[in-house]
Ligand binder design. Structure first.
Ligand code: PXL
Length: 264
């Protein structure tokens, strides 16, 4: 990939109509980190905070075309993948990236929305495992996704360390296992890059239910990699960014319920 005087990052992800997650979160994050953002849209998700009402996938060829044009036309320094919807799109993206090896690929294996609604078709998961994960500079599963990938429970920080090691070994790539959903006073994430273990920790911010934190975190990592930071420093900065976005959240009431959104 080319480097230039201005950092450029590309997100390959779905559109979240509510603006909290997906390409909207990614582009807001890129802009906030001083990075010029590009996007290839994989699907349109109709949702409000807390409820996914429907989604419609882009044709795989159209996804490929967007990525191809962007990589030819811009000095893309980092790529992140978010929701890839189905097996065909996942295979198309992986096939394209295998031929056009990106140095800084962040794979966020989005499977289920924070609301619990499924987002990725289950048969896409093997394609992720075989074709996309090995291309990643880092993959960023949350606990639910790691449990789905490993088939064993993760209940505490010791389980997280073991799971990150096992995932890094299984896919031959660095793994950032995000522990924000673990009941604990601190939100701790574990990085295993195949040789070294590192942990990133911040105070847990209680009583804030935001969706899009995972998208924002992986986009911030991609932004920092596009700026030339090494992986560990990129994650440390991205973690600070997403923690501040949760802490400074917006909130409002709809249908008698208080909802929150990240402040970029
Ligand atoms: O937060 C995961 C996510 C990712 N991508 C899109 C989404 C969501 C959650 O709602 O809509 C497009």
């Amino acid at each position: 990939m080319n480097r230039s005087s201005f950092p450029v990052a590309l997100t390959i992800a779905g559109s979240d109509s509510s603006g909290g997650a997906g390409i909207q979160a990614d582009l807001k994050t890129f802009a906030a980190r001083g990075v010029y953002g590009l996007c290839a849209v994989t699907c349109i998700v109709a949702e409000t905070p807390g409820k996914v009402s429907g989604s419609e996938a882009t044709r795989p060829e159209m996804v490929r075309k967007q990525i191809d044009l962007l990589l030819k036309g811009f000095p893309v320094g980092a790529i992140k993948t978010g929701l890839l919807c189905n097996k065909q799109i996942t295979a198309t993206v992986a096939g394209f990236l295998r031929k056009n090896k990106p140095a800084n690929l962040v794979v966020d294996p989005v499977m289920i929305a924070t609301s619990g609604d499924p987002l990725l078709e289950p048969d896409a998961i093997t394609v992720y495992e075989r074709e996309l994960f090995p291309l990643g500079r880092v993959i960023t599963p949350n606990l639910d996704e790691a449990v789905r990938l490993l088939g064993s429970a993760i209940n505490d920080i010791a389980d997280m360390r073991a799971a990150a090691r096992e995932l890094a070994r299984k896919y031959g790539t660095a793994v950032l296992l995000k522990g924000g959903h673990l009941p604990a006073a601190r939100a701790t994430d574990v990085l295993n890059d195949g040789s070294e273990l590192r942990e990133f920790s911040s105070a847990f911010i209680p009583n804030v239910q935001t969706h899009g934190t995972g998208c924002t975190y992986s986009a911030a990592i991609a932004a920092e990699l596009a700026c030339g930071l090494p992986l560990g420093r990129a994650i440390a900065r991205a973690k600070r960014y997403v923690t501040a976005a949760i802490r400074d959240h917006f909130s409002w009431t709809t249908n008698g319920r208080t909802v929150h959104a990240l402040k970029h």
